[in-house]
Design a protein around this ligand. Structure first.
Ligand SMILES: Cc1cc2nc3c(=O)[nH]c(=O)nc-3n(C[C@H](O)[C@H](O)[C@H](O)COP(=O)(O)OP(=O)(O)OC[C@H]3O[C@@H](n4cnc5c(N)ncnc54)[C@H](O)[C@@H]3O)c2cc1C
Ligand code: SF4
Length: 509
């Protein structure tokens, strides 16, 4: 095989061993990283992982053409490709189908613009075949994740009995995974890896090349090699997976990760493989070390949600990204880039993202996207923010999660109802309200929690859109019970809030 050109999310030595290319091309495209306000940690993570991967390939005997961020004049993939052709005389490239739509479109233009042959082969880093998924999903009004997930369990033979029934008699233990947190609970932290010289160089390269990008590289401690990724995973299986399910939806100020695995970035670039994770989880469960609700809970995330959003993305892109079911148009307030807001839940979650380029699922869904939906922020602006700010972001995973799951802007393809709530949910599932200047029990007035009047006025405003949706009946009934005078006051307070805190007429400190 000629030159295998791997993207930054295809760092799999198993793949290279299978394909046995003459050489591997790896590019840290400065042009790409400069084109978007990516969090500095995201760039450090990817660049360091690519550099370590180049070393790993060389050690395994493969020829590698590696173009670093600052290897002038090769600051983008096209100049790197031209250089490889000049050096090797070989103008044939093999590319594993990119995970992102815009990247796939761009690769299709390369033979004509650069004058090389590009052969695209299927992407086997995911367990789902895009065409098979699309054939199932496209004809359906709502391709339900749970149906897909059950089929995946059977297909892969994970937690299923010989007769095809689910282990433990149930496919889904989600109801056991929603315990509210207790104040003062502590959790084992994820494995922290001290930066080695390659990572330290990546950190200083990123500081120098992208000084105005958000975030800081200080305190970077993520795994960037396959060996460290496996150690971090084994540490999770031993110390946090046994309780993973119980507090999956909880949020605590002092515990930003709780029992979450903190592996999304490792999976997404190919340092961990989903099949290996499944087998490890199943083995730990069968050895009696991990209860079924935790094992099923994380398996559902990995072969259910993760594979499902990838399938949805490839079934409905590119139009999916521009869906905006309620015509929400507001741009993001400034404090999305700093976390400086008086709403303590948003302040904690967003400043965590500014600091670490990470927050766990419920913070993304039930705090940040909940607010964005209720305040009618533009789904595309929110999508862009998630794409820029998170260490684990790639378009295939951000877009369905934000436009679909998080903001219900996709006309309900992914979720039967919007994931929205008043302050009651946040108060029950976190300790954020304890230190907030707003009162989660108040609906109107100077100390009323904005989530309350945003929530009730949202339901009032969109009642017709959600009418007939059985999962919204209770919420709509409760909204309808609010007397007209109180609704009017909430509407007024909503208007003032949006003017001051979202449109940003008065900036917060
Ligand atoms: C608005 C929003 C934006 C998101 N953006 C991203 C993103 O940029 N990158 C990303 O990988 N995930 C994203 N997710 C999904 C999920 O929140 C993260 O995968 C998870 O929080 C990562 O933390 P973890 O590794 O500790 O996950 P855990 O809670 O330990 O779950 C284990 C693994 O399951 C997978 N997973 C779980 N839920 C999802 C999901 N909904 N979609 C895809 N994979 C899932 C991830 O690979 C994750 O590592 C987003 C979710 C929402 C609601
Ligand atoms: S009171 Fe409202 S704004 Fe404050 S932390 Fe609770 S939910 Fe968030």
């Amino acid at each position: 095989m000629p030159t295998l050109w791997l993207m930054e999310d295809q760092l799999s030595i198993e793949l290279v061993r299978q394909l046995r290319p003459d050489r591997v091309l790896l590019v840290e495209s400065r042009k790409h990283y400069a084109a978007w306000p990516f969090h500095k940690r995201r760039i450090v993570f990817q660049v360091s992982a690519i550099r370590h991967f180049a070393e790993e390939l060389r050690a395994a005997g493969f020829g590698v053409h590696h173009f670093g961020l600052n290897r002038r004049p090769y600051l983008d993939s096209i100049s790197a490709i031209r250089h490889v052709v000049r050096e090797t005389g070989d103008s044939q490239f093999v590319v594993i189908a990119p995970s992102e739509h815009h990247c796939a479109e761009w690769i299709n233009t390369i033979p004509e613009t650069v004058g090389v042959d590009v052969r695209i082969i299927p992407n086997t880093l995911f367990l789902t075949n895009r065409d098979e998924f699309a054939a199932w999903a496209r004809p359906l009004k709502r391709p339900v994740m749970e149906h897909f997930y059950r089929r995946m369990r059977v297909k892969l033979g994970v937690l299923v009995e010989a007769d095809g029934s689910p282990a433990g008699g149930k496919w889904n233990f989600d109801k056991d995974n929603r315990k509210p947190p207790k104040r003062g609970m502590t959790f084992a932290p994820p494995l922290a890896i001290s930066p080695d010289p390659i990572t330290r160089t990546a950190m200083s390269d990123v500081e120098r090349e992208f000084p105005t990008h958000p975030g800081s590289v200080e305190g970077f401690a993520l795994p960037v090699t396959r060996a460290d990724a496996s150690r971090a995973w084994a540490d999770f299986v031993k110390h946090r997976l046994p309780q993973f399910g119980d507090y999956e939806d909880a949020m605590l100020t002092a515990e930003p990760i709780l029992n979450h695995s903190f592996i999304s970035m490792l999976l997404n670039v190919g340092l961990l493989s989903p099949m290996k994770l499944l087998r490890d989880i199943e083995a730990a469960h069968l050895a009696g070390k991990v209860p079924l609700n935790s094992a099923e809970g994380i398996i559902r995330q990995i072969i259910g949600w993760r594979e499902y959003v990838y399938g949805i993305y490839w079934s409905f892109m590119p139009e999916y990204r521009s869906r905006n079911a309620r015509g929400s148009r507001l741009d993001l307030p400034d404090w999305f880039w700093t976390g400086k807001t008086e709403m303590n839940c948003l302040s904690r979650c967003i400043s965590g993202v500014v600091d670490r380029a990470y927050s766990h699922h419920i913070q993304r869904l039930m705090v940040i996207c909940n607010f964005a939906t209720l305040a009618a922020l533009s789904p595309q602006a929110v999508n862009d923010w998630f794409f820029a700010m998170y260490v684990d972001s790639f378009d295939w995973v951000v877009t369905p999660n934000v436009v679909g799951m998080g903001m219900h802007a996709d006309h309900g393809t992914i979720a039967t109802k919007p994931y929205i709530s008043s302050a009651a949910y946040i108060n029950r599932m976190s300790d954020y309200c304890d230190d907030c200047r707003f009162d989660p029990a108040e609906r109107v007035g100077a100390t009323a929690c904005p989530f309350n009047y945003l929530f009730w006025t949202f339901l009032h405003h969109f009642a017709a859109q959600f009418k007939g949706n059985p999962r919204m009946t209770m919420m709509l009934k409760n909204a309808a019970k609010i007397d007209a005078e109180q609704m009017k006051r909430m509407m007024q307070q909503r208007k003032e809030f949006i003017e001051v805190h979202v449109r940003g007429k008065v900036r917060q400190a």
